[in-house]
Structure formats: structure tokens, C-alpha cells
Design a protein around this ligand. Sequence first.
Ligand SMILES: Nc1ncnc2c1ncn2[C@@H]1O[C@H](COP(=O)(O)OP(=O)(O)OP(=O)(O)O)[C@@H](O)[C@H]1O
Ligand SMILES: [Mg+2]
Length: 580
Amino acid sequence: MIKKLASYIGKYKKNTILAPVLMIMEVLMDTMIPYIMAMMINNGLEKGNGDLDYVIRTGVLMLVMSFGGLFFGVTSGMNAAIASTGLARNLRKALFSKVQGFSFENIDKFSSSSLITRLTSDVTNVQNTFQMIIRMCVRAPLMMVFALIMAFRLNAKLASLFVIAVPVLAVALYFIITNVHGFFKQMFKEIDNLNNDVQENLLNIRTVKAYVRESYEIDKFEKITAKISGIAVKAEKIMVIQMPIMMFVVNAINVLLSLIGGKFAISGEVEIGTLNSLFTYTMQILMSLMMVSFILVMLVMSIASAERITEVLNEESTLTNPENPVMEVKDGSIKFEHVNFAYEKGEDKNVLTDINIDIKSGQTVGIIGGTGSSKSTLVQLIPRLYDITLGSLKVGGVDVRDYDMHVLRDAVSMVLQKNQVFSGSVTANMHWGDETATQEEIKRACDLACASEFIEQWDDGYDYMIEQGGNNVSGGQKQRLCIARALLKKPKILILDDSTSAVDMKTDAMIREAFKNEIPDTTKIIIAQRIASVMDSDMIIVLEEGRVAGIGTHDELYKNNEIYREVYDSQVKGGDDDAA
Ligand SMILES: Nc1ncnc2c1ncn2[C@@H]1O[C@H](COP(=O)(O)OP(=O)(O)OP(=O)(O)O)[C@@H](O)[C@H]1O
Ligand SMILES: [Mg+2]
């Protein structure tokens, strides 16, 4: 996993190496200064009447080293920042393009909101830890080693006090970290839940308000946050022991140093400057131990994030291009032969069973069936949004799995049931269908979809800015814009999945009329709840519970198919408003 993530450092390798190298220099400076200080006091101040010259020389040296330390510290920090933000950028880029290549099945597996969390907070976690690691991982151990070496050089006897203190502290820290680890893992899982919850709520805030569910949502939110703070408190309870233990050991060493060192100093065995600097080294050594424990905690916290990122990076798209793809879709004919399909593989949960349909190029086909009868599922197989489980599905006489995926999807234009427009101008939205479309072509597509009538009433016309999620256009307008966008692809097959449900009957009929006259060679598949929308099709398919319950023209089905007759009678004879 670490190797995988490290490969995304990319062109920031230089900074990644520079940061710790500069840090080594800073540590060198920091640990040398107390040593020189000892020299200054011992040789400059203590000897006889003092040696001002020596004091000035060592003083200047210390000053230079302090500036050096400052310089190395700042540059190391800068390099670490560049390297870590660079890593984050590369990771996000890689994740984003990976997700773009995902099939619907891949996305179903992770869920959109979890993908958002992985792309945002998880990457930030890894970024912060990475920045810490390349600076502190070098600083802490080095500081300890250097400080120990310098202390021993100053006075081996007194420095041996550290040899006892360091292991005691290390054991205590180890104990704390291993205990706290589990809590952090738990906490991050809960934060995930929190993120999912917030995302779902905010994306659907209009529904929440429409159903007056605010207080329920607030309750739910409070429960999760209470759980998180509960776990965090447990973890912190253990973490807070760290500081007092540290301070206790530091103070104990200081007391011992004062006692033993004082005795040595009086007997002349140790000089005052040495003793003074040993106190500084005590602090440095213990600080570095503290840093190590901090790093370990950070590491524990970000391992979960790193795992979640690599999971996405390692995910293979379930739909892949064949080796020698067919690069042209000949015509708009579609043939289903004994097709079965299940969303969950391996289980006997077919949502489509034994589908046999033969559609000729240029035909208009209507599909009707109750909610959940798998209408959407059926048409999603045609542009290979999902792969069939069993049987064969041919478009233009060739198995859909043999086509280059882009070629196939360009030829099959689909207006999804959960259709979406994007923030940007009308024209920009139309360019999704065809990047090179001219203004005339756009207008023609909008005419066909009966969209130009309302676009041209807007002050900005085709420059009208659509808001995120299409919140400033009506449901019916959105549907018509989506149809126009699909038309611009000049597809061989056009699929409308319940795409005129929010359009009034008259406009609906006008759109169908326009299709018949203007794009006669395109195969048109229309899913609808209103029977009037499919009545005049060349072929109507009645779906029930994932099976074909009837195929034929309106007259044939009305005569022979009970389901169709019932639906027709209830909608037309029942005086349904829609069918009036
Ligand atoms: N992404 C998915 N993962 C798992 N199951 C799914 C998925 N999408 C749909 N299903 C299931 O497949 C069945 C058929 O759904 P489908 O959306 O095809 O019905 P539909 O006929 O289009 O319904 P509607 O008229 O409401 O649009 C349903 O039982 C549904 O629960
Ligand atoms: Mg549907």
C-alpha cells in the first residue's frame, strides 16, 4: 500500500528528499548549540577572570548556527509542504480519473458519497501525515541520537542517566499508543458515517424540507456526533496521561542531575557549563520521544485513509474494452437473445429473465410496465452501462462487448431516468452531446425536443446560466434540455427513459412527431408510464417482473394482451387527465 501511494509522489521526489536532508542540518545546528554553550561557560567565563575574546568568538558561532538552524528549518518545512500538497494533488487527480472510468457497477459498490469522502478528507489525512513523516521521522530519532552523543561527549557519567530514562519513557509511550489505536480506528469509521449522513442530507435538503424531517435529521446527526465524541473522549483520556508522564520523567532527571551533578560540580569533577547544557539535552531528548509518539498516533489515524484510497486506486473497472474492438456501429438494430441480467453476480437474483427482442433499425419501440418491472435495467444494457449476465445482445449485428466502448456509447444516446443538467450555460450543456455543434445545430436539436420555445423566451437565450443540479429550470424544461442534448449526438439509437413524464401531453406528442419526421433512421426506444406516449410505436414491449409479457403493435396487444388492455382502459377510458 505504501509503495502504491509513494508512486504518486511523482515529480515532487526532489522536495521529498530535500525536506529530511535539510531537517538533518537543522537538527545538527540545534544539538551543537548547547555544546558550544557549555564550552563558552566552561572556558570563557569560569576560567580565572574570564576570556572575553573566547566568549565573543563562541557567541558569534552560536549566532551563526542559530540562523543556520532557522534557515534549514524554514526551507525543510517549505519543501515538505510542496511535496505533501503535490502528493495530494497527484492522488486526487489519479482518483478522479479512475472514478471517471468506473462502470455503474463499480460506483454502486463504493457509493458516490463514500467516493467523495475518499477524494477529499482521506486525501487530506494522508497529505498531513506525509508532511509530518518526511520532517519529523528524521527529526525525532536524529535529535535523540545527536543529543545523546553530545551529552556523552560532555560528560559520560552524568549522561548515563538518560540510558535509564529513555527506555522507561519509551515503554510508557508504547503502552499508550497501542491502547489508543483501537479507539482511533473506531472513531474514523464513525466520522465516515457522519460524512455520508451530511452528504445525503445536504444533497437532498429540498426533500428533507418538503417532508418536514428537519428535527429527525438533527436527532440522527446528534446521535452520530455524540458517539464520535464519546470515542474521542475515551481516546483522549489515555492520551492525556502522556504529558504528565513525560513531565514526571523530565523533572526526575532534572532532580537527579541537580543532585548528582551538583555534587560533582562542588568536587570540581564537572564544570557548570557542562551541567547547564546537560539540562538542555534532557529537554531535547524527551521532546524527540514525544514527537515519535505523536507521529505514531498520526500514522495510526491515517492508515485507514490510506487503505481507503488504495482501494479505489486498485479497483478495476468491471467494463473493459475488447482486444480488437469494432470501431463502427453499422445501424440501429438491436437483438436480445435469451438475455438474463442480475445486479448482484453469483446469486440467483435475476432482474431480467429470458429476454428475446428483435428491433429493426429505425423502428420506434415503446416499453411499458409497472414500477420495478426492469424497464430502465433493460435499456441500460444496450449502451453497455451494465454487462448482461447470460445470453447475447447485439447492436447493429455485433455483440455489444465487441465494440469499442466509446464508439458504442456515441451511437447509443440515452436520456437517463435520473437525468441531469450541469451548471453552465444552455449552450455549454448542449456541447456535452457534441463538442463541435454549431449554434444552428444546437437550435435544431432544441427545436426537435421542443426546448427552443422556452429557451428563446429567456433574456439570455442560449446563454442562460443553469445552476448546479438544474435548480433554476423546471422539471419538464430539464427533460426537454436533456432530450435535445441526446439528439445532438446524432445517435443511431435514441433511448428515452421516462423522459417526457414531466412534459405536457401536447408537447410530448409534438416531440414524437418531430422524431418521426426528422430522424426517421434513428431507432427510438421510448419508456413511458403514459400509454399515449407509446401507442403509435411500431412495436410495444410490455414488461412484467423482468420478463416480456407481450410484444406487438397497439392493436395486437389490445386484442391479445390482458395487462396491456387493463392499462389502456384504466388510462384512456378511465378518463385519466393525462390521457384526455
Ligand atoms: N443499481 C442497482 N443495484 C441493484 N439493484 C437495482 C439497481 N437498479 C435497480 N435495481 C433493481 O432492479 C429492479 C428493476 O429496476 P428498474 O429501475 O429497472 O425498474 P423500472 O421498470 O425502470 O422502474 P420505474 O418504472 O420505477 O423506473 C428493481 O427491483 C430494483 O430494485
Ligand atoms: Mg426506470
